[in-house]
Write a protein that binds this ligand. Structure first.
Ligand SMILES: *[C@@H]1O[C@H](CO)[C@@H](O)[C@H](O)[C@H]1NC(C)=O
Ligand SMILES: *[C@@H]1O[C@H](CO)[C@@H](O)[C@H](O)[C@H]1NC(C)=O
Ligand SMILES: *[C@@H]1O[C@H](CO)[C@@H](O)[C@H](O)[C@H]1NC(C)=O
Ligand SMILES: *[C@@H]1O[C@H](CO)[C@@H](O)[C@H](O)[C@H]1NC(C)=O
Ligand SMILES: *[C@@H]1O[C@H](CO)[C@@H](O)[C@H](O)[C@H]1NC(C)=O
Ligand SMILES: *[C@@H]1O[C@H](CO)[C@@H](O)[C@H](O)[C@H]1NC(C)=O
Ligand SMILES: *[C@@H]1O[C@H](CO)[C@@H](O)[C@H](O)[C@H]1NC(C)=O
Ligand SMILES: *[C@@H]1O[C@H](CO)[C@@H](O)[C@H](O)[C@H]1NC(C)=O
Ligand SMILES: *[C@@H]1O[C@H](CO)[C@@H](O)[C@H](O)[C@H]1NC(C)=O
Ligand SMILES: *[C@@H]1O[C@H](CO)[C@@H](O)[C@H](O)[C@H]1NC(C)=O
Length: 667
């Protein structure tokens, strides 16, 4: 593996390997690390040297790696057995693949306040809900650690950087937010069945500021899953951080958790005291997970703990972002992401932990991950290759008994965002940008589906062609097939020849007579934007209102009933999802989606905000003439529908020309 050695960084700049730090500046410009600028990031990357916009829209396009030599086998036989196979994972929920949103950018992504929700975000979450039943989102990150819940903020804002304490050795200034942030989240839950993880500030322990826990339970109720107690505590004492004394150890962390639990035990504003906290969320670069488990922390505090978490990026782009050391050339490391090895190598450090979590009867969560910390890599993190990498990494985690994987959302200056709202001063004429990792999330939601019974088995035969089977209640329901290679000639397409049951005595299952196939496609692993999932897309930069556009293309493949085999082609590159039963497909096919025509408004500061109370009052009766996907973004016909229905009544900040539409899943 050529991933940058984390240890080599540890010796010089340990803080650089930490999770993404995103700071929301008062001027709405999002920067990283507090000490750097977008310009600095870019000037260190030769290929993008002439580009002067934000990282999220960086035009760098890399060369796809050449096809491997020797080539991959172009015909791979797969034998599945009805009733189950050895080594299946535990049962996974469809919401396995969720999102981690840096707290400092929460209002930019979720909405301005509880009555002005970002409609594209609603649509993006609704897409997952339609397929998986619900969505998991964490709001937190390094910026949670000293965040303060306050009564009110100037000018009615609900989240702000505390500029009175601008200097901070981590580059993470304190945030202040009001409880309206929680109301905003709860309103999002009402439409999209999103359930939330929050971060409890952990820098100040005397006492811990538990306002977010009190208010979180009061406002979010069951939509609050749990609170993260400590974000990367293994880095707390690493220079230049000074949040804990030198030598702060897993035992000291256990002591802090004990104090927190003790403090909460007598707090009457926290009615639910069980299964509350997520620990230890280490970066696993300073402490190993085993060192934390060995303290006995899980057994000691088991009733207070919701789950066990780690955070992990396979590489970092810190040298480029901070101008420290030798910047990694993205082209050199691109091939590292385009093989199954990327995921199987990354998982090894956690195999003991997922087993330990299961014996402790706690979920194991990957609380923050993405292609690379410190913004990701231009040309990798925003390429089709990242969509394939993200999916393979998610499947690998699911197979190895993680319960949840949250992929991080930074801000304008991250390359890896699953989705990026336009810069605030461009929201009047730009829509959102949907990145490759969101496609991974959408596809994973379909691969696992809403049954909560999906069990994943890695049956990979070749590192460039990861292969998984998904079982539900003993029946193989889906095959997940990858091709990491770029080769338009077709010479590196491969064919999965599979059968079910195999004629084994006592095995009731049989090969289906036909299967349905969906492709996640792009011309090359280096392609940016316009990726298609079953023919539909979120378009290029600034083109999405969060709904898939284009005609759905689900292919039917007839099987050879005499031979008892099916053959499905896996083009280079692609991810191919094979539905082995009709039920498996129908369970993840959006059916109840209503399109609420409205909302993108030109020449206004807040293009796609809408008053959720209006929507809840609408009860789904409006806009039913438009099914999701039937109306293209930019069409004005549907928009007129809502304006006629609600003349002047909905709370767009300003309405001049209506030109878009959005969809809400109707409960
Ligand atoms: C693939 O292999 C199977 C059996 O191994 C064979 O029946 C089938 O014809 C082969 N398909 C192709 C396209 O070569
Ligand atoms: C995952 O858990 C299941 C039990 O539900 C177990 O059979 C399987 O071996 C575990 N997988 C791994 C990779 O540890
Ligand atoms: C949200 O912001 C808008 C515009 O600033 C304001 O009119 C509205 O009252 C705010 N809503 C809440 C709940 O604060
Ligand atoms: C609040 O708004 C007023 C008027 O727009 C402005 O002068 C003031 O600087 C704002 N205060 C803050 C803290 O943003
Ligand atoms: C949205 O939040 C407001 C609080 O600002 C609340 O009054 C309203 O009921 C919420 N709407 C929904 C649908 O939860
Ligand atoms: C992947 O791992 C296998 C087994 O360790 C090794 O043989 C192979 O060379 C690796 N491939 C790449 C591209 O790193
Ligand atoms: C996993 O646990 C075993 C047994 O406790 C231990 O020997 C091994 O070192 C652990 N693996 C890691 C990666 O720490
Ligand atoms: C938006 O703000 C950025 C940073 O302040 C500035 O460079 C850019 O020109 C602005 N764009 C528009 C369209 O005003
Ligand atoms: C799956 O689990 C989720 C979350 O616990 C739950 O809300 C949902 O009802 C479950 N679905 C089924 C089909 O059991
Ligand atoms: C993206 O797709 C649209 C619609 O298919 C097409 O018009 C456009 O040219 C494509 N853009 C790129 C950059 O491929």
């Amino acid at each position: 593996m050529h991933f940058l050695s984390v240890l080599s960084l540890l010796t010089s700049n340990v803080w650089l390997v930490s999770a993404q730090v995103t700071i929301y500046q008062p001027n709405n410009q999002v920067i990283f690390g507090g000490s750097s600028s977008a310009t600095k990031t870019r000037t260190n990357i030769a290929a993008a040297a002439t580009y002067t916009g934000a990282a999220a829209y960086d035009p760098t396009i890399l060369q796809p790696p050449p096809p491997p030599n020797p080539p991959i086998p172009t015909n791979q036989s797969i034998q599945l057995y009805s009733g189950g196979m050895n080594g299946l994972s535990k049962s996974q929920v469809g919401a396995f693949f969720g999102f981690s949103i840096e707290m400092s950018v929460a209002t930019h992504v979720l909405g301005k306040n509880s009555s002005l929700v970002q409609v594209p975000f609603l649509n993006l979450m609704a897409n997952i809900k339609e397929r998986a039943g619900w969505v998991q989102v964490r709001v937190g990150g390094n910026t949670q650690e000293s965040a303060e819940l306050v009564q009110s903020l100037p000018n009615g804002t609900i989240l702000a950087k505390d500029t009175s304490n601008a200097f901070n050795p981590t580059g993470t200034p304190p945030l202040a937010y009001t409880s309206d942030l929680l109301y905003l989240m709860n309103n999002i839950s009402a439409f999209t069945n999103t359930r939330w993880f929050l971060g409890l500030p952990f820098f100040n322990t005397t006492p811990f500021a538990v306002g977010i826990l009190e208010q979180g339970q009061a406002i979010l109720g069951n939509n609050l899953i749990a609170l993260q107690a400590g974000n990367e505590p293994d880095l707390y004492a690493q220079p230049p951080r000074t949040h804990r004394p030198t030598g702060y150890s897993p035992f000291d962390y256990m002591g802090d958790i004990g104090s927190l639990i003790n403090q909460v035990s007598s707090n009457s504003l926290v009615p639910n005291k069980n299964n509350l906290f997520i620990i230890p969320s280490i970066s696993a670069t300073v402490w190993t997970p085993e060192q934390v488990w060995d303290t006995g922390i899980v057994g000691t505090y088991t009733s207070s703990l919701y789950g066990l978490a780690v955070e992990r990026y396979p590489a970092n782009n810190c040298a480029a972002v901070y101008g420290t050391g030798k910047a990694i050339n993205p082209q050199d490391v691109f091939p590292n992401y385009l093989t199954h090895n990327a995921s199987t190598n990354l998982i090894t450090g956690y195999l003991n932990s997922t087993q330990f979590a299961m014996t402790s009867v706690k979920p194991m969560l990957m609380f923050e991950t993405n292609t690379a910390s410190c913004s990701g890599f231009p040309g990798i993190s925003d390429s089709f290759g990242a969509a394939l990498w993200g999916l393979d990494w998610a499947f690998t985690m699911a197979y190895n008994n993680f319960s949840t994987a949250l992929f991080h959302v930074g801000g304008q200056n991250a390359y890896y965002n699953p989705f990026t709202p336009p810069p605030t001063n461009q929201s009047s004429f730009h829509q959102w940008t949907i990145g490759p990792i969101y496609y991974s999330a959408l596809v994973m939601a379909e691969a696992l589906g809403p049954s909560n019974a999906s069990q994943v088995l890695d049956i990979t035969q070749n590192e460039f062609a990861p292969t998984y089977v998904i079982y539900e209640n003993g029946t193989p329901t889906k095959l997940a097939l990858f091709n990491f290679i770029t080769d338009p000639s077709g010479a590196n397409d491969w064919i999965a020849t599979f059968s079910v049951g195999g004629g084994q005595t006592g095995q009731p299952g049989a090969t289906p007579s036909s299967v349905k196939v969906k492709y996640l496609s792009a011309p090359s692993v280096s392609t940016k934007g316009n990726f298609t999932w079953a023919g539909q897309t979120f378009g290029n930069n600034f083109e999405s209102d969060g709904r898939l556009q284009g005609n759905l293309d689900v292919q039917t493949v007839n099987c050879d009933t005499t031979a008892g085999t099916c053959q499905v082609k896996v083009p280079a590159p692609s991810f191919t999802l094979v539905f082995l039963t009709d039920t498996a497909l129908s369970a993840v096919s959006p059916g109840a989606t209503l399109t609420f025509p409205t909302s993108a408004v030109t020449r206004t500061a807040n293009t796609v905000f809408i008053d959720p109370t209006m929507l809840s009052g609408s009860n789904g009766h409006y806009g039913m003439q438009d099914k999701e996907g039937a109306t293209s973004s930019g069409s004005s016909s549907g928009a007129l529908g809502l304006r006629q229905t609600f003349p002047g009544s909905f709370a767009l900040v300003c309405a001049v020309i209506v030109m878009g539409t959005f969809a809400i899943w109707h409960p």
